[in-house]
Ligand binder design. Structure first.
Ligand SMILES: Cc1cc2nc3c(=O)[nH]c(=O)nc-3n(C[C@H](O)[C@H](O)[C@H](O)COP(=O)(O)OP(=O)(O)OC[C@H]3O[C@@H](n4cnc5c(N)ncnc54)[C@H](O)[C@@H]3O)c2cc1C
Length: 391
């Protein structure tokens, strides 16, 4: 290693939920590591991040374990999550006595809040620094950035779906990415306050080959009650959709009194979990979107927070043994409750989005409410609760 460039024990690439959760878990597990770690982030918090902001109870469990209280920041509580096909289906409520199915946060505020917590734990977050290349090996890593070169014994790649680290670990991989569009609109003028609080998922686009759903969430944008609309397509078979996403979203919104052309629509991919993929290479481990999140709903905030714990455990084990090959990281992920849930979600999404017959889809959501709810709650979500139960 060169002596005239900064050298750290650890560099975390990306200050989103995955990178910041990794840091906060490390602060708990490895006293003193914060001072020997550098977090590099190309944006500046509070930075915009396209996201519906739906934070499931799993995410809150992880935050609570870190001693963090989500109610410190602005949020909306959604008492019910409706899962529909063409407007009819089932409603899932809270898994506990909280009365909240899930909460909706804004990512600029949430990520800035997490970054402030990481800074308070002693981490140096260098913002406005874009990492250009990472050369990683078990003997050390070199990161070249637009502001110089940095060295570290290990790197956590938490640079999201469009980051550079995924490709380093999986150089020959074809993309496993969902297509997602999103916009912010005012609340529905005619709706009652209870409808305004609920979150809606409608799987109506599936028969047109779009592997996903349209969402309509309550949200609070700078204190103003709003709706976040969007469309998710897991995109398992590229080109399978017979209809543009924008057209499907416009039609659904029109049925609720909105004219999509009045709103700014933005898109961003979500990289979903593929158990055949690699999650590390010597010197480098992936977390969050870089590693792959939920293929079924595109849920990535709570998984990113969960990856933070797994990444931190792996880093602690590496420093204890002074071995940075990270050859057991994949096993750590696949055997975790988070890994099992993500693996099953990919499998479920492949099967479920393949059922393009509208009457069957309607039947699933309207007639199979109890078994569907049981399956989703027992196997797909609430992985953090299952981990806690196992101890
Ligand atoms: C439209 C949309 C809606 C969504 N809605 C939801 C939802 O409602 N609920 C939910 O749970 N999930 C949702 N997701 C998924 C969720 O946003 C992601 O899974 C989550 O952000 C993953 O966190 P992360 O920390 O892995 O990555 P990110 O949040 O993307 O953070 C990565 C960070 O790395 C930085 N970075 C990247 N490259 C570099 C570089 N070269 N140098 C320096 N820094 C770099 C980025 O600036 C960024 O801050 C949605 C995603 C999209 C696109």
């Amino acid at each position: 290693m060169s002596l005239n460039t900064p050298t750290y024990d650890l560099i975390i690439l990306g200050a989103g939920p995955a990178g910041l959760s990794s840091a906060l878990h490390l602060a708990q597990m490895m006293p003193g590591i914060a001072q020997r770690t550098l977090i590099l982030e190309k944006s500046q918090h509070p930075r915009p991040k396209l996201c519906g902001g739906g934070l499931l109870p799993d995410g809150e469990i992880v935050l609570r374990e870190l001693g963090l209280d989500i109610t410190e920041i602005a949020h909306v509580d959604a008492p019910l999550a409706h899962f529909d096909f063409a407007g009819q289906g089932l409603a899932m409520n809270a898994p506990d006595e909280s009365g909240i199915a899930f909460r909706l946060i804004r990512r600029d505020e949430f990520d800035a809040w997490l970054a402030a917590k990481a800074r308070a734990s002693g981490f140096d977050i260098r913002e406005g620094v874009t990492v250009k290349t990472v050369q990683a090996s078990a003997q050390g890593c070199v990161l070249s950035t637009d502001q110089g070169t940095f060295h570290a014994k290990a790197v956590i790649g938490a640079d999201g779906s469009k980051g550079i680290t995924r490709r380093i670990v999986n150089p020959r991989e074809t993309a496993h990415s969902a297509r997602v569009l999103e916009l912010i609109a005012p609340p529905k003028p005619e709706a009652s306050s209870h409808i305004q609080q609920d979150a809606y998922f409608d799987f109506r686009p599936i028969p047109t080959g779009i592997g996903g759903y349209i969402w309509d969430f309550p949200t609070l944008v700078k204190g103003v009650s709003s709706r976040c609309w969007g469309i998710y397509d897991a995109n398992f078979t590229s080109g399978a959709a017979t209809r543009p996403l924008l057209e499907a979203l416009a039609e659904e919104m029109q049925a609720h009194g909105y004219d999509l052309s009045e709103y700014k629509v933005e898109g961003h991919p979500i990289r979903w979990f593929e158990s055949k993929a690699e999650f590390s290479s010597p010197g480098l481990i992936l977390a969050g979107d870089a590693a792959g999140v939920d293929a079924l709903f595109g849920e990535g905030i709570a998984p990113a927070l969960g990856y933070g714990r797994l990444a931190a455990e792996e880093i602690v084990a590496a420093f204890e043994k002074n071995d940075f090959h990270f050859s057991r990281y994949k096993r750590r992920i696949l055997s975790s409750e988070l890994g099992k849930s993500l693996r099953l979600r990919t499998l479920t999404a492949r099967t479920f989005f393949g059922i393009r017959n509208a009457p069957i889809q309607r039947f699933i959501w309207t007639k199979l409410g109890a078994p569907t709810t049981f399956y989703v709650q027992s196997f797909l979500v609430y992985w953090a609760k299952r981990r806690q139960k196992k101890g």
